[in-house]
Design a protein around this ligand. Sequence first.
Ligand code: SF4
Ligand code: SF4
Length: 337
Amino acid sequence: MAMPLRQTLRVGTYLMEQKLRRRDKFPLIVELEPLFACNLACEGCGKIQHPAGVLKQRMPVAQAVGAVLESGAPMVSIAGGEPLMHPQIDEIVRQLVARRKYVFLCTNALLMRKKLDKFTPSPYFTFTVHIDGLRERHDESVAKEGTFDEAVAAIKEAKRRGFRVTTNSTFFNTDTPQTIIEVLDYLNDDLKVDEMMISPAYAYEKAPDQEHFLGVEQTRELFRKAFAGGNRRRWRLNHSPLFLDFLEGKVDFECTAWGIPNYSLFGWQRPCYLMADGYVPTYRELIEKTDWAKYGRGKDPRCANCMAHCGYEPTAVLATMGSLKESIRAARETLGT
Ligand code: SF4
Ligand code: SF4
């Protein structure tokens, strides 16, 4: 894991505090969705299917910042929809950074070059650009030609101006180990982004394309082959070693979706950003009034093929904290030794 040392120490301290306070459920990172509108229409997207009246709404700044503060999470991932379409997105970022939250702004990058002037480079702020493959594959995945080239140009310009830039790649059953290797090699070695996140696609009920989602065994085989030959060690992947073991099928975990909760225009979404079984106004209510035991693979049929980081990365992080051997392994990867 290539998470910067400062961020690792901050998150480690936060986790220790939760342990000392004997809290068994707490947020690691909030998935904040201040709008659902987007300037793309990807086939696998479960967010842009909302009615027009919902797509027009934008979350007020105070509501967005207040929700993150109420949860107490040290990190925030702002997604949507396309967050750069929110007219006050820079103010939301500025206020969160001022409170020393680590903010990841997830974007398809189409508006990024135009909006760069609104942001200031900071160790607390990162652009996370959605890239699903090399040019042809990415443009096909987002159903718009030229998107890959624009994303690459935006990444280069943001890096030139001193911003931290990471990427987020979603893989489908149309991917092969080779297509994964090609795109991660390109991001790691040619574009030299700071870190990369990877995810098997989740089959949203609302997504129009239901054919191309991966099953658990397919996911494990795909990542096992892609990680082989030293790739996993060489790539700057923004995941804990145990979560990568999980993707490869070396370990299995229970879902702990309360660790990466979702807050959107509707409120705190139960149980995670992938599934919507109702909303509550506060994180506390989400924790206290959700029957967490009924979610996860083997419990809810909608979870059957889910290996998403929002359910299993918190489990991997907690397992790391609970084991001296795994803590040393994670620390060594952070320090690059
Ligand atoms: S860029 Fe993201 S939010 Fe926009 S359509 Fe694609 S998956 Fe959905
Ligand atoms: S397994 Fe967990 S993260 Fe995945 S869909 Fe089910 S509740 Fe959400």
